[in-house]
Design a protein around this ligand. Structure first.
Ligand SMILES: NC(=O)c1ccc[n+]([C@@H]2O[C@H](COP(=O)([O-])OP(=O)(O)OC[C@H]3O[C@@H](n4cnc5c(N)ncnc54)[C@H](OP(=O)(O)O)[C@@H]3O)[C@@H](O)[C@H]2O)c1
Length: 330
């Protein structure tokens, strides 16, 4: 028996069976000490279909039924943003550990409520910001922390694609938290927060669709007037979707698409080296956050040491701050 197979097998549930739930389930199947035990949809037919596709034992036609299953260890919340808080609270209330999709909730106040509930119930809670756990991102973080090329002078990071405006889609539906900032702008903000911390000053401006969701958002994070992070999200334009760190003696570039399994290029003294992390083509990259979460559960931990509560609080606070500047209300 390997060390991994001696560990308690974590019984997972998934709530909300859309696009990301499929990718998460695909990767979950590759993890030895995890089992996709139950799935929940708003309709029985969809739950049955999903359960059959990924081999889940239970298929629930309501999220509440899944949260009431006493055999579930952990739930992955994959519903639209506006439902994250209520779905998380329902699971935490029943003592089920929660891995909740980004953005963790709609605002900082709601994230605080979720964290307070997790603490009250003594249950593990973590935001599923998968990029933090990807080996290439961790590599770039370490290189920056070790000051391989000295201090960061400037960051450029963006995330953009072109999608026809359609309010039937979650991405554009204001009722469930649609718009570019909360959906994809969170990633460039994450890049800045995870490397430079909280900025001293933020400038931002946005363009909007007719229903008031933001189509694009340009942000500048100012760190002591010396270092700036230029960040952007867009649903109406294809952007490089890179994260570039200009440092004193060289540049560290996380290549397209930086938030997914990718490569890192180191540029210094006219030389370039691109590092390939040997990602498995059969997975999307969600297994890294899940393996971390499983380990926390197996060790009885209630908070991640990577995606900490403070980090999630700061991330949602930055989204709140940008929203206030651009006048985006939900
Ligand atoms: N980490 C990542 O890489 C990543 C990527 C994409 C999305 N996400 C996050 O994951 C969440 C879901 O995104 P997605 O792209 O998977 O969305 P999606 O394809 O629209 O799926 C969302 C699912 O939520 C459920 N749902 C419940 N109430 C709904 C409502 N009023 N409108 C629409 N769906 C509703 C539906 O499942 P049932 O019909 O089964 O109930 C739906 O299939 C978002 O918060 C997003 O930010 C993360």
């Amino acid at each position: 028996m390997t060390e991994q197979s001696q560990l308690k097998k974590i019984k997972w549930g998934i709530i909300g069976l859309g696009g990301i739930a499929n990718k998460f389930a695909n990767d979950l199947l590759t993890i030895q000490d995890a089992e996709l035990y139950a799935v929940a949809s708003r309709t029985q037919e969809k739950a049955d279909e999903f359960a059959e596709k990924y081999g889940a034992s239970k298929a629930y036609a309501s999220y509440e039924d899944l949260a009431n299953d006493p055999d579930i260890d952990a739930v992955y919340i994959a519903t639209p943003h506006a439902l994250h808080k209520e779905n998380a609270l329902m699971c935490l209330e029943n003592g089920i550990a929660v891995l909740g999709e980004k953005p963790f909730a709609m605002n900082a106040q709601d994230v605080d409520i979720m964290i307070a509930k997790a603490k009250e119930k003594n249950v593990l809670l973590m935001e599923a910001l998968w990029t933090y756990f990807l080996p290439h991102y961790q590599y770039a973080l370490t290189a920056l922390k070790n000051k391989t090329f000295g201090h960061i002078l400037k960051i450029e990071s963006d995330f953009g694609f072109k999608r026809p405006y359609n309010t039937n889609e979650r991405l554009f539906n204001k009722d469930v938290g649609g718009g570019s900032l909360l959906d994809i702008g969170i990633y460039p903000i994450f890049v800045s927060l995870s490397t430079l911390g909280m900025p001293n000053h933020i400038d931002a401006n946005a363009t909007f669709f007719e229903n008031g969701t933001d189509a694009s958002c340009d942000m500048t994070f100012d760190y002591n007037n010396l270092v700036k992070a230029y960040l952007k999200s867009s649903l109406k334009e294809i952007l490089p979707t890179e994260a570039i760190f200009y440092c004193e003696k060289g540049t560290i570039k996380i290549n397209r698409e930086f938030h997914c399994p990718s490569t890192v290029t180191l540029i210094s003294d006219g030389r370039e080296e691109t590092i390939d992390f040997g990602y498995d083509n059969h997975i999307f990259g969600y297994k890294y956050e899940t393996i971390h979460f499983n380990k926390l559960l197996q060790e009885g931990k209630k908070e991640s040491d990577i995606m900490t509560f403070d980090f999630s609080r700061n991330l949602i606070k930055l989204l709140d701050d940008v929203r206030e500047i651009i006048g985006l209300n939900y």
